[in-house]
Design a protein around this ligand. Structure first.
Ligand SMILES: [Zn+2]
Ligand SMILES: [Zn+2]
Length: 352
């Protein structure tokens, strides 16, 4: 086990403090953000450490281009050294937005599989744990056909990457257009049809699941949604949590990320997640607008992990929200605030 920086706690400490009785979560939960890679991929780790990330997500190439350069041995070595220096936090990569492993178009599917394999090669070389990908879009085909194509693509990919430590994490989507992955049952089909399904895990994005119609804003709904997830997918498959509030209301199937506690989801859901002992060892990644506010969003999440009472629409929080002066600590549970910038995933790409 490599040495870690005194600034960041090693994830194994979290695991060693695991409680089975719903007691207080560890003082340093695995919380981080999608970090930019301007100046080199290792910069994501340095910038992440500087704002207190105990988990980091990044892109390994431009997410809106097919062309990707393979990493040089120097880049890989520098990334590895920086990873050790910054505390060996869990690492997650998000794949390119162009990749569609479910498409009926043979050309696009093959191109997507090739690009995805390159993503996997880079991740494996860098020691990344999870490669998060969206489930693709079905186009004119039925949902069932699209999901079968996705399962086929994944099995091709798994065959080509035998022995990899890296795991693919399929992300819950908002279900925009013909995008797949917005119902838990869709994952059941993919897991059923994919021969090496033990190599698959799932990423739960709060903004996406909420926009897709899952209501986990209050304790009762939260428990019901998690139970549904467990029945259809299995909570043991949950590998990554994307913690984003939503600019759009429940069931709108539109993917617009918002700062924690500022959107239609509200702070209570994030408090429930942050204090859920089942998710203690799972990296929680913020993909909210304006990465200069990541530090604040992470601080809000850490604060929620410590707040034991229920957060209501007019609760005063013991910490200010991102970008707000300390005097204005009132949080709106379900009414989005318009002042903060909004980001969509392609916009997020622009900050890398
Ligand atoms: Zn996400
Ligand atoms: Zn999104």
């Amino acid at each position: 086990m490599p040495e870690h920086s005194p600034r960041l706690k090693h994830p194994s400490r979290n695991r060693s403090r695991k409680s089975s009785n719903g007691a207080a979560p560890p003082e340093t939960p695995l919380v981080g953000a999608h970090m930019p890679t301007t100046g080199g991929i290792h910069r994501a780790l340095l910038e992440g450490a500087a704002i207190g990330c105990t988990a980091v997500q990044l892109f390994t190439s431009s997410p809106q281009q097919w062309k990707s350069r393979s990493l040089t041995p120097e880049q890989i070595a520098l990334f590895g050294e920086t990873h050790v220096e910054t505390g060996c936090v869990p690492l997650i990569v998000h794949d390119s937005y162009l990749i569609n492993l479910a498409t009926a178009s043979t050309d696009l599917r093959e191109k997507s599989q090739r690009a995805f394999l390159e993503e996997m090669e880079r991740c494996e070389a860098l020691g990344i744990q999870y490669l998060v990908t969206h489930c693709g879009a079905r186009g004119d085909e039925s949902e069932e056909q699209g999901l079968s194509r996705l399962a086929d693509s994944l099995s091709t990919i798994h065959r080509a990457t035998a022995g990899y430590r890296l795991r693919v994490a399929l992300e819950i989507t908002a279900g925009q257009g013909t995008c797949l992955g917005h119902r838990f049952e869709q994952f059941t089909q993919v897991l059923h049809e994919c021969p090496e399904s033990d190599r698959l895990s799932v990423c739960f994005d709060t903004c996406h699941a909420f926009a897709a119609g899952y209501d986990f804003r209050e304790r009762e709904g939260y428990e019901r949604v998690m139970e549904e997830f467990d029945d259809a997918i299995g909570l043991n498959r949950l590998a990554v949590l994307h913690l984003n509030d939503s600019r759009k209301d429940l069931g709108t199937r539109v993917d617009r990320h918002h700062h924690i506690g500022r959107g239609y989801i509200g702070a209570e859901a994030f408090r429930l997640i942050m204090r859920d002992p089942r998710f203690e060892g799972i990296p929680k990644i913020v993909e909210t607008p304006d990465f200069s506010l990541h530090k604040e969003n992470i601080r809000v999440l850490r604060g929620l992990a410590k707040v034991s009472r229920r957060i209501g629409p007019r609760t005063k929080l013991p910490f200010p929200l991102a970008g707000e002066p300390a005097a204005q600590e009132e949080i709106s549970a379900n009414t989005p605030q318009e002042s903060a910038p909004v980001v969509t995933l392609p916009e997020l790409a622009a900050i890398t």
